[in-house]
Design a protein around this ligand. Sequence first.
Ligand code: NDP
Ligand code: A1CAB
Length: 272
Amino acid sequence: MEQRSIAFIGAGNMARSIIAGLIASGYDAKKITATAPSETRLAPLQHDFGINTDSDNLRAAQQADVVVLAVKPQLMADVCLPLQAVDFSNKLVISIAAGINSARLATMLDSQLHLVRVMPNTPALIGKGMSGLYADSTLAPQDHQFASDLLQAVGEICWVKQEADINGIIAAAGSAPAYFFLFMEAIQQQAMAQGFDEQTARLLVQQTALGAAEMVQANPETDLATLRQQVTSKGGTTAEAINTFNHHHLTEIVAKAMQAAVARAQEMEQLF
Ligand SMILES: NC(=O)C1=CN([C@@H]2O[C@H](COP(=O)(O)OP(=O)(O)OC[C@H]3O[C@@H](n4cnc5c(N)ncnc54)[C@H](OP(=O)(O)O)[C@@H]3O)[C@@H](O)[C@H]2O)C=CC1
Ligand SMILES: O=C(O)[C@@H]1CCC=N1
């Protein structure tokens, strides 16, 4: 992919995940700078990946071709204010923040922007990320391509047609690793309650989750319900477990949780 200079403004969990994935995919570390107010996350990034770090957001943004906004949504306005001094006319801006829309970002930076909103997730760290991307129709094809390449370097991507769909991506992918971790935590806990030590319980759940996810990937023609039914023998153990999930309305719980994620993203759009 094209090797543009990239400044990550914010060096937290998500920036680290993308940077790690980029480096693993062969992106030139010297072309990447990350900024943060403290050395807490910058020093490990520099040590682990050989990228540049800086505590000066303005300098980093001015020197970059691509500015990735990767701070918490509630800090975005404060972080953007000094960046209003940057000439964004030849820069691509990528925001990974949840709950801050394009119009708001343009106001915060007081500029017309070449902007892509991206909703990634932390498995980008191991090249298994899932990102949703949105840009309006004014985005240049080469910027569209660069954004695609950047996120494809760390996983799969899908472009959405309407900006509001980014909130659906948050619910289904951005936040979703945490749902799976929660489910795995619950299985691990119960396996321990049934007598396995912590390490064995973790192995049981991690290998099963990995196997299930890889089966889904390896069988694109088979729908998820069929894969479930193939495990569920009539009158057997799985049927009892699935009945218990159904009795407690798992599907409705998941729907409610995803709707709550979208609602929170919409609320954040008003707050920040
Ligand atoms: N975590 C996730 O799974 C996902 C997160 N996102 C989005 O990514 C963004 C970042 O989230 P996440 O990485 O989890 O957050 P973190 O809290 O892990 O990281 C935030 C980073 O911002 C830095 N920071 C704070 N103030 C400033 C400042 N004034 N200038 C520059 N950097 C600053 C922090 O510095 P310091 O290191 O000194 O604390 C830290 O490195 C959010 O907007 C979130 O919505 C999107 C998809 C998934
Ligand atoms: O929890 C959050 O708000 C961010 C966005 C998606 C994942 N983490």
